[in-house]
Design a protein around this ligand. Structure first.
Ligand code: G4P
Length: 532
């Protein structure tokens, strides 16, 4: 065992790998910046996500992304805070790209669920929370925008408990109702934290700490109300319980205003003190892979064209065990082929630097990774390992893709395969349409199709047309011999994925009901929570 191998337990224990999930506009980009600002990874807000009126170094690589002002792709922010290395894996803000978020959730050890104080748990947040629950990922709740009028704090906690089943455990509590934010009660030591306003939240906010007696004298009823509310919730839940948090049964709750950098330090400190460090990942056979076993990782994201100067492809892999050293040759389990890791980078917004060594919990960016696909396991040494394939969202939109220039069929198929490998869309085949037929593209959100149209034309120089199919209801065909019952071509069809899964798709509930009445023995499985 080399010197670096013996470091694995120590290095893994000081890593925190997490993601922020939220409904668009809840303040995810703002919080990401505020966190990085506190950890001194950046010196001024706006350095990560370009925002109007602030200094801009955008993390948006695609032109389309910039035009729309949404984040389609994910970047990884890496910085240290109090001797802990933090990997913040960014997630796309738009619901149409939630498949990407799903894969990110598979690659992190905990998640910060960000709520807008005025809106509470929104549809997209709940859907993403379901993903966390299915993966058993511990969730920290951060209620944002407390500087603006919003809902009652107890009400928000009540909603959290009712809709997620997670017991809320307050770590901080706001003094003053939303819109009249005086500071925070630190539930762990009973003191008050008051903030000095910084201009537009451009730098980390200065904190002043007040003893309970001083806070009571200065804040009066607002202070006593905060203490009573926090006590009430604490009494009903039994206080902070670390084990319940790790078991994803309870969620620590913090309040703040990311824009003003209020409450952000508490979140960061909690991540360092209590969020889980990397744990052994379970392989396809159900065996946990020890953290100090030889190097293993899995690809959760493949991205092309991050550098507009020259089109390159980068595969982001989460390290699960062992030490990664740049230059080592690893094996891709899917193909059995070796992969040389000469070029490895860590990405921070648009800046990328070469990464020489990585440990469990780290995210490595493998450059020129044309052979790697989302879900691939990489490993070195013995024994070999294969991690389970990443779960997928059930698609809700379908379209047949055809090149406008039939002479470019070869380039067309290569480009579609590339987009499939990146996870931009799911590519399916229909037996009824015939083997050599145009592929059926399946997406969770329609904007994924726009990305396909854009990239096929501008990146691959193969413009395509999409024939949208009318399907809205999706089930899994349990028995392949029953395919002819569904694959009638009349408002229902069976589509096959590359892993052999057969999806039965229907124009609507009526069509499904009619078929089920005609064939009572037809076996179709529901996809749980939109996830298959
Ligand atoms: P997202 O990534 O989740 O989509 O949200 P983003 O950070 O872009 O924030 C959405 C809007 O909410 C932004 O305003 C942002 O400034 C604002 N915001 C975020 N956190 C807070 C907060 O703690 N308090 C207040 N008052 N506002 C907050 P915008 O007008 O859409 O954009 P911008 O021009 O201000 O950047």
């Amino acid at each position: 065992m080399g010197a670096r191998e013996t470091d694995v337990p120590y290095e893994a224990a000081r890593r925190r790998t997490f993601a922020v999930i939220s409904h668009p506009d809840a303040g995810k980009s703002t919080l990401t910046e505020a966190i990085a600002l506190h950890a001194k990874a950046i010196s001024q807000a706006g350095a990560v996500h370009g925002k109007a009126g602030r200094r801009t170094v955008v993390s948006d690589w695609m032109r389309m992304e910039q035009a729309r002002g949404i984040s389609i792709t994910s970047a990884v922010l890496r910085f240290s805070h109090r001797d802990t290395l933090i990997n913040l894996v960014d997630t796309p803000g738009h619901a149409d790209f939630s498949e990407d978020t799903y894969r990110v959730v598979s690659a992190v050890d905990s998640v910060v669920m960000l709520l807008d104080a005025a809106k509470g748990l929104e549809a997209q947040t709940l859907k993403l929370f379901d993903v966390c629950r299915s993966q058993g990922v511990p969730v920290i709740t951060f209620v944002n925008k407390w500087d603006r009028p919003g809902r009652d704090a107890l009400d928000l906690c009540d909603e959290l408990a009712t809709h997620t089943g997670l017991q809320p455990m307050p770590l901080t509590w706001p003094i003053g109702p939303a819109g009249e934010f005086h500071g925070l009660l630190d539930c762990r030591d009973g003191t008050m934290v008051r903030y000095q306003r910084t201009v537009g939240g451009a730098t980390a906010a200065q904190e002043e700490r007040l003893d309970p007696a001083v806070a009571a004298a200065q804040e009066g009823p607002a202070w006593s109300r905060a203490c009573e509310e926090a006590d009430l919730l604490d009494a009903s839940g039994g206080g902070f319980d670390h084990e319940l948090f790790l078991a994803a049964e309870a969620s620590p709750v913090l309040f703040g205003a990311a824009l003003l950098n209020h409450g952000v330090r508490h979140l960061l400190d909690f991540l360092v003190d209590f969020a889980p460090a990397p744990r052994p990942r379970v392989d396809v056979a159900g065996r946990p892979r020890r953290l100090d076993a030889p190097f293993s990782a899995f690809v959760f994201k493949v991205q092309t064209g991050m550098n507009p100067a020259h089109r390159d492809q980068i595969a982001f892999a989460r390290v699960c065990s062992g030490v990664f050293e740049r230059g080592m040759v690893v094996t891709n389990v899917a193909t059995g082929k070796p992969f040389a890791t000469k070029y490895v980078q860590q990405a921070f917004g648009q800046q990328r630097t070469t990464l020489d060594v990585a440990y469990p919990g780290d995210v490595i960016g493998l450059v020129n990774a044309a052979a790697l696909r989302v879900g691939d396991t990489l490993f070195a040494g013995v024994p070999a390992v294969r991690f389970p394939r990443l779960p997928r969202f059930a698609p809700a939109h379908f379209a047949v893709a055809r090149p406008t220039d039939v002479g470019r069929a070869k380039q067309f198929h290569r480009a579609i395969a590339q987009l499939h490998a990146e996870g931009v869309v799911q590519v399916m085949r229909s037996q009824r349409r015939g083997q050599g037929s145009a592929p059926v593209l399946a997406a969770v959100g329609p904007m994924q199709f726009e990305v396909v149209l854009h990239r096929m034309e501008w990146e691959f120089a193969v413009p395509v047309t999409l024939e949208h199919l009318p399907y809205t209801v999706v089930r899994r065909l349990a028995d392949p011999s029953q395919r002819p019952l569904v694959d009638t071509g009349w408002r229902s069809e069976v589509l096959m994925r590359d892993d052999g899964t057969e999806l039965a798709v229907f124009a609507g509930q009526v069509e499904l009901a009619v078929l089920q009445r005609l064939h009572p023995h037809l076996k179709l499985d529901h996809l749980v929570g939109g996830v298959d």
